[in-house]
Design a binder for this molecule. Structure first.
Ligand SMILES: *[C@@H]1O[C@H](CO)[C@@H](O)[C@H](O)[C@H]1NC(C)=O
Ligand SMILES: *[C@@H]1O[C@H](CO)[C@@H](O)[C@H](O)[C@H]1NC(C)=O
Ligand SMILES: *[C@@H]1O[C@H](CO)[C@@H](O)[C@H](O)[C@H]1NC(C)=O
Length: 328
C-alpha cells in the first residue's frame, strides 16, 4: 500500500510537471519561425505552424494554401482578365516606413498617400497595406513562389486589402475576398529597379540591420516597382505566414525586376535579432510551396493553347441556360 502511494505521488508530480510544461510554451501570434534557431529553444518552423496553435489549423489542413509552384504548361488563358489598374490618386510620390520585423523587410506606406489596385482578377478596389521582401541566402533560392519548379533569388509581395468591404487590413485578412497580393520575382543584374534601389542602397538598408529598426523613406513612386508588363498569372491562395488565412487573390507579374549582387548581399546581412543578441541572417525567410490540389492557375497571357477545363475558365464553359419551367 505504501509503495503504491509513493508511485501515485511520483506519477502525480510527473503529471503536474508535464501539464505545466504544456501550458508554459509561448503560444502567441509571434511564436513561429522559418528555420530552426541556433539557440536551441523550439520555435515552430513551417511544417509545424499548423500543429502548435489551433488558430493556425489552416497552415496544416488548408486546401488553398500559398505559395505554390506554377507549372506554366498547366495555366489557363482567361480572355476575360482585364489589365491590373494601379491608382495613386494623381500623386505619384509617397512616403513610407521601412522596418526590420525580424522576419522580413517591410515597407508600409504612410496613411496620407493611398494607393489602390483594381481590375485583373479583382472585383473590388484593394488598398496597399504593406510591401514585403523574401530572399535567399544563395541566388538559387529565396522566392516563395516557384515557376516550373525553379525559385528566384527574391520575391517582393505587395499586400493590399479590400477597402470596399472592410475597414482595415486585420479585418480583411480573415474575411472572404479580403486580400490581394501582387508578387514580383527578383533577379540579379547590374541595373537595379528604381524603387528597390531606393530601399536597398547601402545608406538605407544598413539603417534597419536589427529587429525593430525602422527608417522613413520619402518620394517613392510605387509604379516604379512594377515591371514593364501587363501580363500576369493569378490564383486563389492564402497568407504565407500564420494563421495562413485563405483569403488572398494572388497576382504574379510575368516579368521580374532586378537588384544588384551588392544589394542582395546587403539583404543577407540583415539580422533576425536585436543588436544585443546573436546575429542570425534574415535570409531564406520563405515558406515551402504548398499543394495546388483542385485549384486553377489563370493568366492573361494568350499563348493560344486551350487549357484543360476549369470552373474559372469562362471561355471554355458552356452557357448556363435556366430551366424554362422556372420562368413560367
Ligand atoms: C482608389 O484610389 C483613388 C486615388 O487615391 C481614389 O480616387 C479612389 O476613390 C480609390 N478607390 C476606392 C474604391 O476607394
Ligand atoms: C479594424 O476594424 C474593426 C471593425 O471595424 C475594428 O473592430 C478593429 O478595431 C480595427 N482594427 C484596427 C487595428 O484598426
Ligand atoms: C489569342 O491568340 C490567338 C492567336 O494569336 C488569337 O486568334 C485570339 O484572338 C487571341 N485571343 C484573345 C482573346 O486575344
Amino acid at each position: 500500500m505504501h509503495i503504491v502511494w509513493e508511485i501515485f505521488l511520483i506519477f502525480q508530480a510527473y503529471f503536474i510537471c508535464t501539464s505545466a510544461q504544456l501550458i508554459s510554451p509561448k503560444i502567441h501570434d509571434g511564436w513561429w519561425a522559418y528555420k530552426d534557431a541556433v539557440q536551441g529553444s523550439f520555435v515552430p518552423v513551417p511544417s509545424f505552424w499548423g500543429l502548435v496553435n489551433s488558430a493556425w489549423n489552416l497552415c496544416a489542413m488548408g486546401k488553398r494554401q500559398s505559395p505554390v509552384n506554377v507549372e506554366t504548361s498547366h495555366m489557363i488563358f482567361d480572355p476575360f482578365l482585364t489589365p491590373l489598374r494601379l491608382n495613386t490618386g494623381g500623386r505619384s510620390k509617397m512616403g513610407g516606413t521601412m522596418y526590420n520585423t525580424g522576419r522580413h523587410v517591410s515597407l508600409r506606406p504612410d496613411k496620407a498617400h493611398l494607393v489602390n489596385i483594381s481590375g485583373g482578377p479583382l472585383g473590388y478596389s484593394h488598398r496597399l497595406e504593406e510591401i514585403r521582401l523574401h530572399f535567399g541566402s544563395e541566388d538559387g533560392q529565396g522566392s516563395e513562389h516557384l515557376l516550373n519548379g525553379q525559385s528566384f533569388p527574391a520575391e517582393v509581395q505587395l499586400i493590399h486589402y479590400n477597402q470596399e468591404l472592410y475597414a482595415n487590413y486585420s479585418e480583411a485578412a480573415k474575411s472572404p475576398n479580403g486580400v490581394a497580393i501582387v508578387s514580383i520575382f527578383i533577379k540579379i543584374s547590374e541595373s537595379p529597379n528604381v524603387f528597390l534601389n531606393r530601399m536597398l542602397n547601402r545608406d538605407t538598408i544598413t539603417r534597419i540591420t536589427y529587429k525593430h529598426d525602422a527608417f522613413l523613406l520619402m518620394g517613392l513612386n510605387i509604379a516604379d516597382l512594377y515591371p514593364d508588363t501587363t501580363r500576369f498569372i493569378t490564383y486563389d491562395g492564402s497568407m504565407t505566414i500564420p494563421p495562413c488565412f485563405e483569403t488572398a487573390t494572388w497576382i504574379l507579374m510575368n516579368k521580374p525586376v532586378y537588384v544588384t549582387q551588392m544589394q542582395m548581399h546587403s539583404l543577407r546581412l540583415l539580422s533576425q535579432n536585436e543588436p544585443y543578441k546573436i546575429f542570425l541572417s534574415m535570409s531564406d525567410n520563405t515558406r515551402p510551396a504548398q499543394p495546388l490540389l483542385q485549384r486553377c492557375i489563370r493568366t492573361n497571357i494568350n499563348f493560344s493553347k486551350q487549357g484543360r477545363d476549369c470552373p474559372n475558365n469562362r471561355a471554355l464553359r458552356p452557357q448556363y441556360r435556366v430551366n424554362q419551367w422556372l420562368l413560367k
